[in-house]
Every structure is written in structure tokens, then in C-alpha cells.
Design a protein around this ligand. Structure first.
Ligand code: FES
Length: 177
């Protein structure tokens, strides 16, 4: 029921007649629907909408034939993009070669167990999203994690779990207050 209300609210807010959609469509066309143009298209969409609401991310993902989790992951990675209806916390795990070799897979497994979701998913309460991302080019401190937009290196399953648990505990305390 909650989802239905949310969907209706989103459709009301960004109707198909909204001219800003044309700006996004023009950008997709201008870049030939090339997946490499994702960041440029996200920029143009953000300029048009002021931020990146979920329907816009979905539209871009469809236009470029990319998984939504990928589009969301890229947009979350760069601090200059902002969202609406986004999960409260986002944990992005780099799965590029250097990070993979240094234990990214163990980190993902630990986080999946802790949060009860698979990579690419969001917890049912919308509190946490777990996303994978391919090498942002900062391989020195592998394995690299981006937690709520902050890049952290040389993480272990234990170190990242401690941070995630602290965020979850804060949320529980807020709910109990
Ligand atoms: S492989 Fe992870 S930052 Fe390069």
C-alpha cells in the first residue's frame, strides 16, 4: 500500500507532460544512447530537475539499457549528484580487480548477511542500499568502500560491519526515542 502511494505521488510530481523529460530525452539522443555517457546524462538531468528523483534514474537506466542499480551506484558515488526518495544510507563496494583480490567479495558477503539483502538491493525499510561498483580508479587503498558518499580504503568485513552496525543502532535509538 505504501509503495502504491509513493508511486502515485511520484507520478503526480513528474507527469509525462513535464518539459524536463524532453531535456533528458534530448541528452540521451545527443549521446546516441551510449552507456559511456551516463555521467553526462545524469548531469543534464540534475540541471533540469535540480536533483535526481527516482523516476528520472529509472528513465535514464531504460534509455541506456543499464540496470537501475548500476545507474544508482554511479550517481551515488559522485557527491555532486543529489537524490530524492533515496535510501538513508548507501554502501558501495568496489568490485574492480584490485579490490576483489583484497577481499571485496568477503565484505559483500558479510554485508549481505548483516543487512539481509543481496548486492543491488535496498532493505525493506529503505534504510540501507548495498551497491557494487567497478573501479573508480583509486585502487591504492583497496578494498575500497564508499559509505554515504565517503570513500574509505583498506576496509575489512569487521571494520565496515562496525560502521554499518553503528548506523543501524543510531536508527533504532531514534525510533525508540
Ligand atoms: S579496483 Fe577498487 S578502486 Fe580500483
Amino acid at each position: 500500500m505504501q509503495k502504491t502511494h509513493r508511486k502515485i505521488a511520484m507520478e503526480d510530481k513528474y507527469p509525462a507532460s513535464d518539459p524536463r523529460w524532453q531535456t533528458v530525452d534530448r541528452a540521451l539522443k545527443q549521446f546516441g544512447y551510449q552507456q559511456d555517457a551516463l555521467i553526462e546524462v545524469l548531469h543534464i538531468a540534475q540541471q533540469a530537475f535540480g536533483h535526481l528523483p527516482e523516476p528520472v534514474l529509472i528513465h535514464i537506466a531504460r534509455g541506456l539499457k543499464l540496470p537501475l542499480s548500476w545507474v544508482y551506484g554511479v550517481a551515488s558515488f559522485y557527491h555532486f549528484f543529489s537524490f530524492e526518495g533515496a535510501p538513508e544510507h548507501t554502501c558501495i563496494v568496489c568490485t574492480g580487480t584490485a579490490c576483489y583480490v583484497e577481499g571485496a567479495k568477503r565484505i559483500i558477503r558479510a554485508l549481505e548477511n548483516e543487512l539481509g539483502i543481496k548486492i543491488g538491493e535496498t532493505t525493506p525499510d529503505g534504510h540501507f542500499s548495498l551497491i557494487d561498483f567497478r573501479c573508480p580508479g583509486s585502487c591504492g587503498p583497496a578494498p575500497v568502500i564508499v559509505l554515504d558518499g565517503k570513500m574509505m580504503g583498506r576496509e575489512t568485513p569487521e571494520s565496515i560491519m562496525a560502521k554499518v552496525r553503528a548506523l543501524r543502532n543510531n536508527k533504532q535509538q531514534e525510533a525508540a526515542a
